[in-house]
Write a protein that binds this ligand. Structure first.
Ligand code: PLP
Length: 452
């Protein structure tokens, strides 16, 4: 199916793992231009929490909205009505995926805008917001910004335990008379850990405060229902569910008082001004339909019909056989996440089915990412580069990992295009690369001798 569809020649069907490509060039631009000269026998992409390739069906659905159906959805003539109808169909599909009413869906430019619209939309000066240490920066930085003038809001950031789980009791204790919003993510982007959102929804409802959850990394990976979660606001992003980058949506429960971020026309029922990104919205609608069809069969499956968690678990199991490797956010057996309730077992944290995060002692994660990339395998660290220095992941350090452990950790995240052969390939290159890098590592000998 991949590569066999009838999209225009510009469609990059031969550049991503899972498309059956061979001997392709790295598409990296400068400053990675040195890589451009390197050809590899195969490219496997296991960084789907960063972004996913657009599914062929999604691409085909959106294509006509660049060319044939180009109208402005606010126009009253035929062309406008055509695109208006397409937007409303997409709204229905997204609403169906989330168990909401179509009128409660507002299209945005992505997850970051959805998070910002939710947070800045409900908070007013002097209000108190509760969030967590492991949120995506779209939430964490928005909340931190609220604490500064002119907003002068109050902020509580609750911690997580070693598994990356929030304790709902901490959230309950943090409530104040002026608490307006609890914003806690559904699935973490680095570890895949699922938070006890249904309990948080109940706490918010009892306290009569708004509950927002960033579901960007949970959407399409497990069934979601805004009423079951009990949230008032929920963010999703197109490019994490095989739609393109630059489109997303915010679910806003009917009756939620929300001030828009930007002013202009009365688009999106005056909640998000600006001419709609019709091809993107159509794509998001199609991706939502495909996701829902996939989830009806239970757990998320790949295009080649493998259970996503079976592939992830095999990768994880084999990698953990390498000496001195550790699973971050220890978890087992909870990956068939039909429920989003947190486990009570001490060792377990429920996870989305596609993600694993592993610490390779004695190795710089960045070095491992680059060494694997040179062999055709794309993975990532959660580290961020700030002022020229690599900073360890705030998520992993919040879970109690040392800076070194956090910097030695790698995230592997699968997508619908991945196959069993992709996992074979990953397993054929990772152990030898880890061994090679450890031989070069001054830290590794100290790890082996127990000096650190
Ligand atoms: N929230 C989470 C949990 C994410 O993982 C991301 C992206 O990585 C975002 C929000 C931001 O979404 P977008 O890239 O669509 O702005």
């Amino acid at each position: 199916m991949w590569g066999g569809h009838s999209c225009p020649p510009a469609c990059p069907t031969n550049q991503v793992s899972g498309f059956g490509s061979s001997r392709i060039r790295s598409p990296r631009p400068a400053p990675f231009s040195r890589y451009n000269r390197i050809t590899v026998s195969r490219r496997v992409y296991l960084d789907n929490n960063a972004t996913t390739p657009v599914l062929p069906e999604v691409f085909e659905a959106m294509c006509p909205y660049f060319t044939d159906h180009f109208g402005n959805a606010s126009s009253i003539h035929h062309h406008g009505q055509e695109t208006r109808a397409a937007i409303e169909r997409a709204r229905e599909s997204v609403a169906a995926l989330l168990g909401s009413r179509p009128s409660e869906i507002v299209f945005t430019s992505g997850g970051t805008e959805a998070d910002n619209l939710a947070i800045f939309g409900v908070m007013t000066p002097g209000d108190h917001v509760i969030t967590s240490t492991i949120e995506h920066s779209a939430v964490l930085n928005a909340c931190k910004h609220l604490a500064d003038p002119p907003h002068r809001c109050e902020l509580t950031i609750v911690p997580v335990d070693g598994r990356g789980l929030i304790d709902p009791a901490d959230v309950k204790r943090a409530l104040r008379p002026n608490t307006k919003l609890i914003t806690i993510m559904l699935a973490n982007n680095e570890t895949g850990t699922l938070q006890p959102v249904e309990e948080l929804g109940k706490i918010a409802a009892e306290a009569d405060v708004y509950f927002h959850t960033d579901a960007v990394q949970a959407t399409a990976k497990l069934p979601l229902d805004v009423n079951k979660i009990g949230c008032d606001l929920l963010s999703i992003s197109g490019h994490k569910i095989h739609a393109p980058q630059g489109v997303g949506a915010l679910y806003i429960r009917k009756g939620t008082e929300l001030t828009p971020l930007q002013y202009g026309g009365s688009h999106e029922r005056s909640r998000r001004a600006g001419t709609e990104n019709v091809p993107g919205i159509v794509a998001l609608g199609k991706a939502a339909e495909l996701a829902q069809a996939g989830l009806k069969r239970g757990e998320n499956h790949t295009m080649s019909d493998h259970s996503m968690s079976d592939l992830r678990d095999r990768l994880e199991r084999e990698l953990l056989k390498i000496e001195a490797t550790h699973l971050n956010g220890r978890s087992n057996g909870a990956s068939h996440a039909s429920s989003i309730r947190a486990h009570s077992n001490e060792d377990d944290a429920p996870r989305v089915p596609n993600t694993t995060n592993i610490c390779f002692d004695g190795i710089e994660g960045e070095a491992l990412v680059i060494a694997l990339d040179l062999q055709g395998l794309a993975v990532s660290t959660g580290s961020a580069c700030s002022s020229g220095a690599i900073e360890p992941s705030h998520v992993l350090t919040a879970m109690g990992l040392s800076r070194d452990q956090a910097k030695s950790s790698i995230r592997f995240s699968l997508g619908k295009q991945n196959t069993a052969e992709d996992i074979d390939f990953a397993l054929s290159v990772i152990p030898a690369t880890v061994e090679r890098l450890r031989k070069l590592s001054p830290v590794w000998s100290k790890v082996v001798t127990g000096a650190i």
